[in-house]
Design a protein around this ligand. Sequence first.
Ligand SMILES: Cc1cc2nc3c(=O)[nH]c(=O)nc-3n(C[C@H](O)[C@H](O)[C@H](O)COP(=O)(O)OP(=O)(O)OC[C@H]3O[C@@H](n4cnc5c(N)ncnc54)[C@H](O)[C@@H]3O)c2cc1C
Length: 410
Amino acid sequence: VAAGIDSDTLLAFAVPDGIRPLRDRVAEFVEKEIQPHEAALSYGGPPARTLAKELEQKAKAAGLWALGAPREWGGGGLAHLDYSYINEVVGRSGPAVQILGTIPLHTCQMIDLVATEEQKRNFLGPATTGEIRLAFAVTEPDVASSDPTQIQTRAELDGGEWVINGKKWFISAADRADWIIVMARTEGDDVKRHERFSMIFVPVPSAGLVVGEELRVLGLNSIISGHYEVFLDDVRVPAGNLLGTRGQGFLLAQERLAWGRIYHCMRWLGAAQRAFNLLCIRANSRQTGGAPLADRQLVQQMVFDSYTEMQGARLMVLDAAAKLQSGKQARVEVSAIKVVCARMLGRVVDRAIQVYGAEGLSQRLPLEIMYREARYGRIVDGPDEVHIQRVGRSILREYREGRDWDFGYR
Ligand SMILES: Cc1cc2nc3c(=O)[nH]c(=O)nc-3n(C[C@H](O)[C@H](O)[C@H](O)COP(=O)(O)OP(=O)(O)OC[C@H]3O[C@@H](n4cnc5c(N)ncnc54)[C@H](O)[C@@H]3O)c2cc1C
């Protein structure tokens, strides 16, 4: 090891030895237990829910459930960085994120930051073990919610209760949530724009709360991808259902997303790995004009482009993860990887579809489901443009203030 470089730094790009056995077990579970049921799980309906429950029980029995959540909540207690490598293999099948209990983690981490002891007792353990489900509701139909300072849902205190009015949409799992964490405007115009919103726990069912139509994303309705309208009409909840303090909603939402985005990106890399495997297998096995596709330079270009995009994205994600782990905020890095990885996945899956011809577009291969996920990846958790703007602005500010963006020292 060269002077000044510790071995951990060098090894961070490959999966560290300590995490490999567990990661291999997760990969095997995903391949043997989840991938064979992917189509049934992804096209949804009540039978898929029963199947998902059975697979969740298997994951729990195998000790692979909620590996990134603290042990005291009922999880596996892995450190963030270690769990990032696990997410890379979780991403090899879309439904795995639910079957392996990964979904509630970032919401629970956010709750843990500011919740009262009672809220922690009520939500952290039960959500982690899957006893209760939480949905998270910010987005609204009538305003561009990528600028959430525009959201119109209001909550007003009346005696000892919040009275909430508004409408939300694209709220994942709202149909089966026991609680919806609703972002609502609680403060007046005299308060700064970003400090006017709060998060409030709303139980389901509640008088005045209606879960509306499912909004199918590119036709997909599945156990994990059901996204719903939610209408709130004079919904009353106790004042103590506020999460944290008044006006803290956005700050908390940001906290929710930093590690969540790393995990997302690692899962997208895992999905890209699967598409890349399929692409390479097909290139070697399919013949045209007396030669395998692999001999065609146009196909070699696809392999080259996919390899460089995946490798570049992976190094960027691990760099961002290492920075977060060391206590840096890494806002530029996290915004950048969210865009780079979602785009990378879309392109790699697209190439894999292309080399399979018509079959690539059909339910015989997982690629069509992956393609849809890749496409919406460019919109969820902030559309590309919002992140691009944030990165551009932050770097330009450094120069305006007389510094530069020296990659060697970042
Ligand atoms: C599968 C899926 C699951 C989701 N789950 C949830 C959930 O559980 N809870 C929840 O609250 N929301 C959820 N959402 C909603 C998601 O978070 C929002 O769609 C996203 O934040 C964008 O908001 P919007 O749809 O209102 O788009 P808008 O804000 O209307 O933006 C539309 C487009 O405008 C462009 N744009 C925006 N800002 C800029 C800019 N600064 N510069 C240039 N162009 C710009 C972008 O191209 C953007 O896509 C989900 C969405 C999907 C697709």
